[in-house]
Ligand binder design. Structure first.
Ligand code: FES
Length: 104
């Protein structure tokens, strides 16, 4: 599967997130220097989780406040009930790379 450059390591501070305009949109998070990638769209609605509230390794949806585990995509708090897809991330030199799903 193809890897894409998400950002530079220095672009994304601890506790920050950014949205990749991919299909599907992917949110990349920095949790204490580790990078994680998840589907950006909340599984309860259409809210961007990159625009949510990050607290440690959890992100809270800005719309109805469902919480997800950034490390695993698991739902921690309703009203969402479906976990988020996760993507592999690796750091290559100065860049954060995300493995995209096959585009079929
Ligand atoms: S859209 Fe995220 S909790 Fe409703």
């Amino acid at each position: 599967m193809p890897w894409i450059r998400a950002c530079s390591v220095e672009e994304l501070d601890d506790g920050d997130a950014l949205q990749l305009e991919t299909t599907p949109p992917i949110a990349v998070f920095n949790v204490e220097g580790e990078f994680f990638a998840l589907n950006d769209t909340c599984t309860h609605g259409q809210s961007s989780l990159a625009d949510g509230y990050v607290d440690g390794d959890q992100v809270e949806c800005a719309w109805h406040f469902a919480k997800f585990d950034i490390r695993t995509g698991a739902v921690l708090t309703p009203p969402a009930s479906i976990p988020l897809c996760t993507y592999k991330v690796r750091v290559e030199g100065p860049d954060v790379m995300v493995e995209m799903p096959d585009g079929d």
